[in-house]
Design a protein around this ligand. Structure first.
Ligand code: SF4
Ligand code: SF4
Ligand code: SF4
Length: 301
């Protein structure tokens, strides 16, 4: 009994898809729960108060005061705190709302006659959980890849440090680049990709070269461009002259011979194509290489 670890899971501003990924571990999850104790998990069990625990898995970012309070209480009571999924790690899909004011969001959702007093008080924008508390490990993905989730949890529960993954999705992708003049940017709705060639070199917007691997490049192997659901690799975050849009447009230019400015002028819905999962990350919003504020300003006009 003494070797049993106490595990907590909590959803904040999220869709519970990361909890579904946990459930999808199937018999592996049953094995984990048989060997350890689930002490708090509003999605998986009926327990009202946050309990002291060894490992806490947090799904979702922080959108309102209640999210922030629960997160801080959990941090105080957990030895190890893990950001589970891309919303917790980077704000994720709901971070796309960061392009708008809370009034714009609420009016759009509830109409002009909504009563603010009936609703939770929203923060100005969604924030990743590490904007509020220290995070020990991250398992990004929307939802996190099952294999990586299992591997990371197994390491942690065995008292080992999980493997760190920082290669781009291209490192796991079997498609090969062909450099040829291809001035058109393509959409899947209108074009069928060649089976074995790199989707980016065919003109499809694939975020694989700037996104973190660990998913086995499942999307690109199925013929669907990577949308960056695992979030950016370190280089894109840390190095000031790199960024998602910056690196991708230069890569497309390299493949096609088109000028960067020409490529940028032909992109549609740049903000949500390139920052679908990362728009609320403070470091990304501040990056000079990306000029995100200019993009936000543009879509508000
Ligand atoms: S990361 Fe994706 S699956 Fe997980 S809570 Fe956010 S939107 Fe849902
Ligand atoms: S850009 Fe996309 S399709 Fe091309 S190698 Fe990288 S992940 Fe594969
Ligand atoms: S290929 Fe890209 S979008 Fe698909 S699971 Fe991997 S990181 Fe996510």
């Amino acid at each position: 009994m003494s070797d049993q670890l106490k595990i907590s899971t909590i959803p904040l501003d999220s869709c519970c898809g990361c909890h579904m990924a946990l459930v999808n571990l199937g018999t592996d999850l049953l094995d984990i729960l048989a060997a350890n104790v689930l002490v708090y998990s509003p999605v998986l069990m009926d327990k009202k108060s946050i309990q002291p625990c060894t490992v806490a898995l947090v799904e979702g970012g922080v959108r309102n005061h209640e999210n922030a309070e629960k997160l801080k209480e959990l941090r105080q009571k957990a030895d190890i705190l893990i950001a589970l999924g891309t919303c917790a790690s980077f704000g994720g899909i709901s971070g796309m709302g960061s392009a708008f004011t809370t009034l714009e969001l609420l009016t759009n959702a509830y109409g002009a006659d909504f009563s603010p007093e009936d609703l939770p008080v929203l923060e100005p924008r969604v924030t990743p959980i590490d904007a509020h508390v220290d995070v020990d490990y991250y398992i990004p993905g929307c939802p996190p890849p099952i294999g990586l989730l299992k591997e990371t949890l197994s390491s942690l529960l065995a008292g080992e440090k999980p493997r760190r993954v920082d290669l781009p999705v291209c490192a796991e992708c079997k498609r090969t680049v062909k450099k040829h003049l291809q001035p058109e940017l393509k959409r899947l709705a209108d074009n069928l990709p060649e089976p074995d060639e790199c989707l980016l070199s065919q003109g499809f917007i694939c975020l694989g070269s700037v996104s973190r691997c660990g998913c086995g490049a499942v999307c690109t192997h199925a013929g669907v461009p990577c949308r960056g659901c695992r979030g950016p690799i370190d280089r894109v975050f840390i190095e000031p002259t790199h960024g998602i849009l910056h690196d991708l447009t230069r890569r497309i230019s390299h493949f096609t011979g088109s000028k960067v400015a020409d490529i940028e002028s032909r992109l549609e819905d740049t903000l949500h194509t390139f920052y679908r999962y990362t728009l609320s990350v403070p470091e990304m919003r501040r990056k000079d290489a990306e000029q995100i504020h200019q993009l936000i300003w543009r879509i508000k006009v």
